[in-house]
Design a protein around this ligand. Structure first.
Ligand SMILES: [Zn+2]
Length: 75
């Protein structure tokens, strides 16, 4: 569960994470399941109310699809 991929969304995302934990929903999960909470994934964007990170990258729009051939992989 990730919050703050786009900085300004970090407020509602963090509230959702907190509500999830306070309601103890994780206790209802099967023992084979786990929840990983990542708070403020784009901490720069969260701090500065910016969609992009410190490098100007929109983390949700600019990513490498590792299932496809990349120039770096030479695959
Ligand atoms: Zn977003």
């Amino acid at each position: 569960m990730v919050s703050g991929t786009h900085g300004p969304e970090g407020y509602c995302g963090a509230a959702g994470q907190l509500a999830f934990l306070q309601a103890r929903f994780h206790e209802g999960l099967p023992s084979s399941a786990a929840v990983l909470c990542i708070y403020a994934l784009n901490c720069y964007g969260f701090a500065w109310d910016r969609r992009v990170n410190a490098e100007g990258c929109d983390l949700n729009r600019n990513f490498i699809d590792f299932s496809q051939r990349t120039r770096e992989s030479g695959l």
